[in-house]
Ligand binder design. Sequence first.
Ligand SMILES: Cc1cc2nc3c(=O)[nH]c(=O)nc-3n(C[C@H](O)[C@H](O)[C@H](O)COP(=O)(O)O)c2cc1C
Length: 363
Amino acid sequence: MSTQRKDDHVRLAMEQHDTRSGINQFDEVSFVHHALAGIDRPQVSLATTFAGISWQVPLYINAMTGGTTKTGVINRGLAIAARETGVPIASGSVHAYLKDPTCADTFRVLRQENPHGFVMANVNATASVADTQRALDLLEADALQIHVNTAQETAMPEGDRSFGSWVSQIEKITAAVDVPVIVKEVGNGLSRETILTLRQLGVRVADVGGRGGTDFARIENGRRPLGDYAFLHDWGQSTAACLLDAQGAGLPVLASGGVRHPLDAARALALGASGVGASGVFLRTLLDGGPEALIAQITNWLDQLAALQTMLGARAPADLASNDLIIHGTLRSFCADRGIDTGLLARRSRSADVLHDSTGRTR
Ligand SMILES: Cc1cc2nc3c(=O)[nH]c(=O)nc-3n(C[C@H](O)[C@H](O)[C@H](O)COP(=O)(O)O)c2cc1C
């Protein structure tokens, strides 16, 4: 059942990707243009460090597949692209392997093709500590992702409706494993309140996994004969909204969900993310053009992200978090209701120093 489900997810996610329309709140975030802020390209680094984790680039391939023959082939392609471009990569949920170890190779290929890369193993919030350790061992993983996905489970025909143990199980897993734990949503977002809870549980990083891209409530509803959970489509907060909400919450955040191009990545970093993940857009490229096409796309994204940092005067990705941002439209309303001061964001480069070099001012 769960293996068939994974092939369904790939098919439905790609159908959704090809037909997606509607608002993406990253379009409601713009940089204030400072014409003299630019620096020299050799001064720019893409390296990012957070929660004791160091990545050479702030981009990663987020959790998707494994468990079936078809998704094993996909994982091989993703792993090759990760190896060739140096981006970190997460497995899809290792649940399928925990239920049926005969599909181990469809996950292990992530490590076999990418022996020196940063690999994350993905489990759900009900996994036992022993099973979580099996998932980590299978991939020789550098970090653990625990996904939280109540909207997906609610719309899923065979979904789990017992969410009450998730907090205590996340705490148990976090205390037991010796790699950093990242808790991620799958496209419905993490609120500030959730992030504060995760921090209390000892979780090291939150991947906000917001709305705007792949919509799992819609995917699961597409698997229901009656499609009767359509009212859950587009549930939750966008990735941009989550990042704004998470400011000052005291936990490093990663941004994923609806990231379409390098400017969205730069926007996410400017909103405080330490790294930016994409899934659907990379899967589409891999399925259309194979690993070579994905390598070219990721290489181009990294090059263009460095170009944006050069123009914006950000020596490192983290420096983008001092750039002035204007928040527009529906995202601005979200900020008003959540008590987030958008005026401060629009002028924040001034507060750093009167000589702040990202604005090019010289007084
Ligand atoms: C085909 C597919 C399968 C996925 N499977 C998982 C999974 O097993 N575990 C998980 O945490 N997230 C899974 N995701 C969710 C992604 O990691 C990500 O959170 C979500 O797709 C939003 O990012 P995007 O808009 O860039 O696609 C999957 C996404 C896709 C497209």
